[in-house]
Design a protein around this ligand. Structure first.
Ligand code: 5AD
Ligand code: SF4
Length: 445
């Protein structure tokens, strides 16, 4: 069958979609980009903000006609919304055939087998598979090799779910408690990927600092990095996302020790610079603790790139609270930030607080933060002018096929003239120009 997978949300979802694609390709599916050309569509959904959900709902509405046109077609809704909103999706969109939660994605393989072998799927309501897999340990990794958009890069999930309870966040309810994969299992996948030509692996975990704690055998992110470090063929290791309440200095020491392969970059969302708001968010740290962590990171890993996330307009956020966030951003020197307007999520603790920052004010604060950070990113990027960056070449540049794009060690985008033969290799690029978003230069031979 012709299969199309449409993905919303985070890198964990991209990873799951790649896994689903690999699973179905192994079963003979023909993967297509255009949903209109498919007989089997999987929408892998995200619940993190209302906006992400609205885009999914609008797509599901549009697929009503597609589904009706041919009774053999099947529509699968997977991921976080399937987990949280199965009932309301089934009610509103009777043309959805299957709802499959984030912990059950291997069920999609079985569904595909049933449908492609002509066994009729049950009607009179969609089949629903959410929560932990029955009898399993709840971690549903499967072993089909994932489909990768860039052949020499791969993500590897090291854990699933989250044990923290940030008051605004759906992840714990959508993905369940944190469960780590064993280090042996991860190493095996990493070796397989390296043998298959992968040069860079990004380890994925919702709060990757706590990776391994539930295994109870002393496994940690640090020990995992040491274990993967020796894999032949692997040039670069990265990991996301760090949580400031769980992150320890020992991680930066390990990064420094393994710095030829473990790249100097962390994504460690601060969310707010106001201690009062951080408390309401239940983040488990203060602004001073956060800034001290950044100091430690820079002391132990000079040149480290640091990225963060912020939410503007959390319940009761005053102008003074927001000023604290601006001040934190000024002092932190982030390489980049992802900025969001607060979006109340049903079922979370914060949804019970007054959503009292008006939409226009959320928008204004979001814009003010974005302008501040753009200036900082540009200033920091301009400091790289004249330096030589080691770049892993990703692909031709989307806007100019005569140029290549890749990432520096600290995860900056680097664009330079060159041919496709360099894709997947490490090159040295002398930086000549910089914007807030990218560095531009030319190859050093
Ligand atoms: N509203 C706005 N932003 C949110 N995020 C998570 N939940 C919400 C919410 N309810 C943001 C956080 C997180 C990123 C993935 O999305 O900044 O780090
Ligand atoms: Fe969205 Fe969070 Fe689910 Fe990722 S884990 S898809 S960001 S809700």
């Amino acid at each position: 069958m012709r299969v199309c997978i449409v993905t919303f949300g985070c890198q964990m979802n991209d990873y799951d979609s790649g896994r689903i694609a690999g699973m179905l390709r192994d079963r003979g599916a023909d993967l297509v980009e255009d949903p209109k050309k498919a007989d089997f569509i999987i929408v892998n959904t995200c619940s993190v903000r209302r906006h992400a959900e609205d885009r999914v709902l609008s797509l599901l509405g549009k697929l009503r006609a597609w589904r009706r046109r041919d009774p053999a077609r099947r529509l699968v809704v997977a991921g976080c919304m399937a987990e949280r909103e199965a009932g309301s999706i089934a009610g509103r969109f009777p043309h959805v055939d299957f709802l499959v939660g984030a912990r059950r994605i291997t069920e999609i393989g079985r569904l595909y087998d049933a449908v492609s072998s002509g066994r009729p799927a049950a009607r009179g309501g969609p089949l629903v598979a959410v929560g932990d897999a029955p009898g399993g340990d709840g971690v549903d990794f499967g072993d089909a090799p994932a489909v990768r958009p860039i052949a020499h890069q791969a993500c590897v999930a090291v854990s699933r779910g989250c044990n923290r309870r940030c008051s605004y966040c759906v992840v714990p309810s959508a993905r369940g408690p944190e469960k780590s994969r064993t280090a042996e299992d991860i190493e095996e996948e990493a070796r397989r990927l390296a043998a298959d030509g992968v040069r860079e692996i990004t380890l994925l975990g919702q709060t990757i600092d706590s990776y391994g704690r539930d295994l109870g055998d002393g496994t940690s992110l640090e020990s995992l990095l040491r274990r993967l470090y020796g894999i032949p063929g692997l040039l670069r290791l990265r990991f996301i996302t760090n949580h400031p309440a769980n992150c320890r200095e020992s991680l930066f020491r390990t990064m420094a020790e393994l710095s030829d392969k473990v790249m100097p970059f962390i994504h460690m969302p601060a969310q707010s610079g106001s201690d009062r708001i951080l408390k309401l968010m239940r983040r488990g740290y203060t602004r001073e603790k956060y800034l001290r962590l950044l100091d430690a990171a820079r002391r132990l890993c000079p040149g480290i790139g640091i990225a963060s996330d912020f939410i503007a307009g959390f319940p009761t956020e005053s102008r003074a609270d927001f000023e604290d966030t601006l001040d934190l951003v000024r002092r932190a020197g982030f390489q980049s930030c992802f900025l969001f307007k607060y979006s109340p999520r049903p079922g979370t603790e914060a949804a019970g607080m007054p959503d009292d920052v008006p939409e226009a004010e959320k928008k204004a604060r979001h814009a003010e933060l974005a302008a501040l950070q753009a200036g900082i990113s540009e200033r920091l990027n301009r400091e790289r002018i004249g330096c030589v960056e080691e770049v892993l070449v990703d692909s031709p540049s989307k806007t100019d096929p005569g140029r290549l794009t890749g990432r520096s060690r600290s995860f900056r985008i680097v664009i330079f003239p060159g041919g496709p033969d360099l894709i997947g290799s490490l090159v040295r690029v002398k930086i000549e120009k910089a914007t807030a978003l990218a560095l531009y230069g030319s190859l050093v031979r």
